[in-house]
Design a protein around this ligand. Sequence first.
Ligand code: NAD
Length: 157
Amino acid sequence: MTVLVTGGAGFIGSALVRALVGDGERVVTIDKLTYAGNLDNLAAVLACAKHTFIRADICDRMAIAAALREYRPRIVYHLAAESHVDRTIDTPSACIETNIVGTAVLLETALDYWRSLDAAGRDEFRFLQVSTDEVYGELGAEGQFTPESRYRPSSPY
Ligand SMILES: NC(=O)c1ccc[n+]([C@@H]2O[C@H](COP(=O)([O-])OP(=O)(O)OC[C@H]3O[C@@H](n4cnc5c(N)ncnc54)[C@H](O)[C@@H]3O)[C@@H](O)[C@H]2O)c1
């Protein structure tokens, strides 16, 4: 089956796409190619038969739903974001559109897609939201965060 990566032309997303394709996964990358996205980051996999690139905005419900319907991923890794904190202050609407509206569109279309799966497909499906360690605040004496760590934001996040 297939893995779908949003924001796959960005810094972390492109590294993930390259690693997944290297592991033999069939990967579909969705990216709007904003100032932060660069197809050069995907040069190693663009011509690969196991990789498909779709230029789309995650706010575009029809485009996202069509990609889910066509490629039927078992995992969605969501990395598309306005990730630069200074820009979220200078141009907040783009941040709200992508980080909030776009994420909601992705979650809703993924839920619709999940409902269309059979029982085994529902069990297997995962939606992985890539966020930031900032939601946990400062790294404590234990030196790592775990799923049990409490949210303790120390910044305006
Ligand atoms: N880079 C870091 O050090 C770091 C640290 C912690 C968390 N994160 C988080 O990881 C995720 C990815 O970070 P990154 O550094 O790779 O970001 P990035 O800015 O390098 O890449 C973001 C990608 O998303 C795409 N994109 C933006 N808006 C889009 C939209 N509306 N529709 C489709 N694609 C869109 C861009 O074109 C770009 O390719 C973000 O959520 C970020 O907050 C990053």
